[in-house]
Design a protein around this ligand. Structure first.
Ligand code: FAD
Length: 370
């Protein structure tokens, strides 16, 4: 029989889970905030990326690998259901190393990760390529680059189209979305849960928090940690330029419309999602070091957005012991993990086996021993 789920948060995480549950025949209602809300889902770089994930927590690397493996079918499914092409490409990606120390450290990290996980040893493919060997993948690469790690698993998409497609697909599957309905309180209510909003109370048998940075206020009300903090990223975009066959990198990628999206900054700026001239200049300098031809390109847009960061940078998948049926889902790579969230993760929530199947990701890892 269909169960009744209330999801607090209509970003890419909440909507991926909403879609997954609705696909499985459940009854889902989503509450979201107003248009001025903090939303990482509308300000990110759009990478579907495995490199660099799970250093220190191999299980996260495994989930990322599972997610990118599921991504092509996920993108096709969204397109056939909604007509929206999320512009997903998975032809591999390069993470650039600017000097020899960075190159040595990166390779040591990837080897350690492969030693820690047999699945990663078997399934995660990568190679270090020096600057000349990178040229076929990154035509016009600057002389002043040491090299980079190549991996076939990495790719990118248009994250705004992804969010739109998730909304369209969820609505198509019967999900009810209430925008401008911020939950100020969540609590147990009889055998289920209630969320209090300015538009009234919403009730359901089970409740999922997917509120991004809103988790830190809401999760403790249900005995969950919600241990997240904002980490600002700034992004700049160039004018549209002729498309070149090249692979994406976390530092810079050419989007389907031709603009170069530049940005991999991380700053502690509290809840300030603004931009700074210093950071925009640093991003422009990095971009022209990678592709000197961009020195003549005009920048047309810049923005800041707040990452949803846990203390160790790994996802937080919590189910409440105090309030069974309540969950909290946070991560800082919700684009990469979208296919996993809509698939295996939402099924694990449905069957109430989140704690059993994903124990590494519970909030207990942040408990301070007495
Ligand atoms: C600059 C930058 C670059 C990034 N690049 C990548 C990348 O390349 N690849 C990748 O995988 N990830 C990337 N990320 C991370 C990715 O964007 C996030 O992991 C993802 O967007 C998190 O989605 P979310 O739904 O958890 O949070 P959000 O997008 O922040 O959404 C949370 C939602 O919850 C709602 N909400 C909050 N509180 C309440 C409340 N009380 N009641 C109702 N609703 C509430 C908000 O209104 C919002 O809609 C990047 C992030 C940034 C900032």
């Amino acid at each position: 029989m269909a169960q009744d789920f209330l999801i607090v948060g209509g970003g890419v995480v909440g909507m991926a889970v909403a879609y997954g549950l609705a696909q499985a025949g459940q009854k889902v209602t989503v509450l979201d905030e107003r248009d001025d809300a903090l939303r990482a889902s509308r300000g990110n770089a759009g990478l579907t990326w495995v490199q660099g994930k799970g250093l220190g927590m191999p299980r996260y690397a495994e989930l990322s690998l599972d997610a990118v493996t599921a991504w092509p079918a996920f993108a096709d499914e969204l397109q056939s259901l909604t007509g929206i092409d999320v512009q997903h490409e998975q032809r591999g990606g390069i993470d650039i190393c600017f000097d020899a120390d960075e190159a040595a450290a990166r390779q040591a990290e990837y080897r350690a990760l492969q030693q820690a996980s047999p699945r990663i040893a078997r399934g995660f493919h990568w190679r270090y390529l020096d600057r000349d060997a990178l040229l076929p993948y990154l035509p016009g690469l600057g002389d002043n680059i040491h090299g980079g790690t190549w991996s076939p698993h990495d790719g990118h998409c248009n994250p705004l189209y992804l969010l739109r497609a998730l909304y369209a697909a969820s609505l198509e599957r019967g999900v009810i979305v209430h925008p401008a309905s911020p939950a100020s309180r969540v609590a147990r209510d009889g055998g289920g849960f209630v969320a209090t909003t300015p538009r009234g109370d919403f009730r359901a048998e089970r409740l999922i928090l997917a509120a991004g940075l809103g988790a830190s206020a809401l999760a403790p009300m249900l005995g969950l940690s919600g241990a997240v903090r904002p980490v600002r990223g700034q992004v700049v975009v160039t004018e549209r330029l002729p498309r070149i066959a090249q692979l994406p990198t976390p530092q810079i990628r050419q989007t389907a419309s031709g603009g170069y999206l530049i940005g991999d900054t991380q700053e502690d700026a509290g809840f300030d999602k603004g931009t700074t001239l210093t950071m925009i200049q640093a991003l422009a300098a990095k971009a022209t070091r990678i592709f000197p031809r961009l020195a003549q390109a005009r920048l047309v847009r810049a923005w800041g957005a707040l990452r949803v960061m846990t203390p160790d940078g790994n996802p937080l998948y919590e189910s409440s012991e105090a309030c069974p049926g309540a969950y909290n889902i946070n991560c800082h790579s919700g684009i990469t993990l979208a296919a996993f969230h809509a698939g295996d993760l939402s099924r694990a929530i449905l069957d109430d086996r989140l704690a059993r199947d994903y124990p590494q990701f519970s909030g207990e890892r942040f408990d301070v021993p007495a």
